[in-house]
Write a protein that binds this ligand. Structure first.
Ligand code: FAD
Length: 394
């Protein structure tokens, strides 16, 4: 286990015990044998990938929303397999629309069920192309028009329109077309959600995986420690004055005290519902495509780990309903909104971050971006080589 005692003078302080910070810590110790202290404002490591076991049901709950590991990056796959085995879970998503359950992403099964037909791939493609031609010759003015132009009005209105409205709390006719670049439609019955070479869930849970990454006496973790709290010694002002190298994975605008303005995010509220039955949905993720259900989707965590059935309660299950909304400053920032205004603002913060001596910014919050876990792991491995190691060798 990681020592909880504070290193007297760490060679490197990492702000944030998420995947980015843990990877940098692991690499710095392995490559240079330095002493590293990781601080995190939360009371656990793992950042948004953290999970815990629910004693009543035996489900592994992903505290910050469902996390499925998937990658086609050989380097990342080799790296994560040093710390955990993966189950053979294959992600599939279903959607409830108009009292019926359909497979997603939209595929030939969805199309044939929806149109009560038995189209071949070529017939289905011809139909979707024809329906998508409704607005031919016009430039999509809104997300609504964009959706119709990509997959035709019937499928767009059934599976995308209301779901997107719930995600953004805004009518899609008032959202920019740029939010949706493509809507995949598969003209076969493949409803495997991810197309990556490898996917699965960490065999003994996310937290066990992430703890193993930093299982070294030269790595110290201090939880419930805010980098901006000047009453604790590892704060921004004190560390900058002492010239200690820092890797910062918190929000980039917060680092600069929001002096140029705030970057905008969406957040998700989770409502936990418990059922006195072993399995409520029969799948891990059920989307709700209609406006009469106020949440976007529901996660039934037990169904991520069917291999643990013997350890799970056969008579109880737990479901989290997800409600999406714009984030306030005190909310968990989840998805960058990334309007043109946000992008321009981030470009200014990025320039400031690059000019900051002795500090490397990284991770989703430090670079204002949505990354999947494999992308953030890759970003951290590259950042260690290109930025952090040269800083430590200075
Ligand atoms: P984080 O995990 O956010 O870690 C940053 C850490 O910094 C946090 O622990 C935070 O507490 C800490 N911190 C911030 N400010 C301070 C401060 N002032 N002082 C001290 N500590 C501070 N990826 C997938 O591959 N598959 C998925 O299925 C998937 N699902 C997702 C679902 C949701 C709802 C979300 C939001 C993300 C999902 N992701 C998924 C993405 C995944 O969560 C990220 O790739 C990953 O967590 C990013 O790691 P990070 O280290 O950059 O950031």
């Amino acid at each position: 286990m990681t020592s909880n005692e504070q290193n007297a003078t760490p060679d490197l302080v990492i702000v944030g015990a998420g995947l980015f910070g843990l990877t940098i810590a692991q690499q710095a110790v392995e490559k240079l044998g330095v002493n590293v202290t990781i601080i995190d404002i939360r009371d656990h490591i793992g950042g948004n990938a953290y999970s815990y076991m629910d004693p009543e049901t035996g489900a592994e709950i992903h505290k910050y929303g469902a996390h499925l590991f998937h990658t086609s990056n050989q380097r990342v796959w080799d790296y994560v397999n040093r710390f955990t085995k993966f189950t053979n879970y294959v992600h599939r998503v279903y959607a409830t629309h108009n009292g019926e359950v359909f497979p997603l992403p939209i595929n030939l099964g969805t199309i044939n069920q929806f149109f009560r037909a038995n189209y071949t791939p070529a017939q289905a493609k011809a139909l979707i192309d024809e329906q998508a031609g409704e607005l031919a010759g016009t430039d999509p003015a809104s997300l609504n028009d964009q959706g119709i132009s990509l997959i035709g009005r019937p499928l767009y209105e059934a599976f995308i329109k209301n779901y997107t409205a719930k995600q953004w709390q805004t009518d899609p006719s008032e959202l920019p077309a740029s939010i949706i670049k493509r809507l995949p439609v598969r003209f076969n019955y493949n409803n495997r959600y991810f197309k990556d070479t490898w996917e699965g869930l960490p065999a003994d849970g996310y937290t066990a995986w992430l703890e193993r990454m930093i299982d070294d006496p030269r790595i110290t973790v201090q939880l419930e420690t805010d980098f901006f709290d000047e009453t604790q010694p590892l704060n921004k002002k004190a560390l900058m004055a002492a010239g200690v190298p820092i890797v910062y994975t918190g929000p980039v605008d917060r680092y600069f005290d929001y002096d140029l303005g705030e970057l905008k995010w969406r957040t998700v509220d989770f409502k936990e519902v418990r059922y006195d039955e072993g399995d409520h949905f029969g799948c891990a993720v059920m989307n709700f495509s209609d406006s009469d259900v106020p949440y976007t989707r529901a996660i039934e965590f037990k169904n991520f780990n069917p291999e643990r059935a013997d350890l799970q309660n056969p008579n109880k299950t737990v479901v989290w309903e997800e409600y999406s909304r714009f984030a306030d400053r005190d909310d968990e920032p989840y998805y960058p909104i990334n309007t043109e205004e946000d992008k321009a603002l981030y470009a200014q913060y990025k320039a400031k971050a690059e000019a900051e001596p002795n500090v490397v910014f990284g991770g989703r919050l430090g670079t204002y971006a949505y990354y999947d876990m494999d992308q953030v792991l890759n970003q951290a491995l590259v950042s260690y080589e290109k930025q952090v190691e040269p800083l430590l060798k200075k």
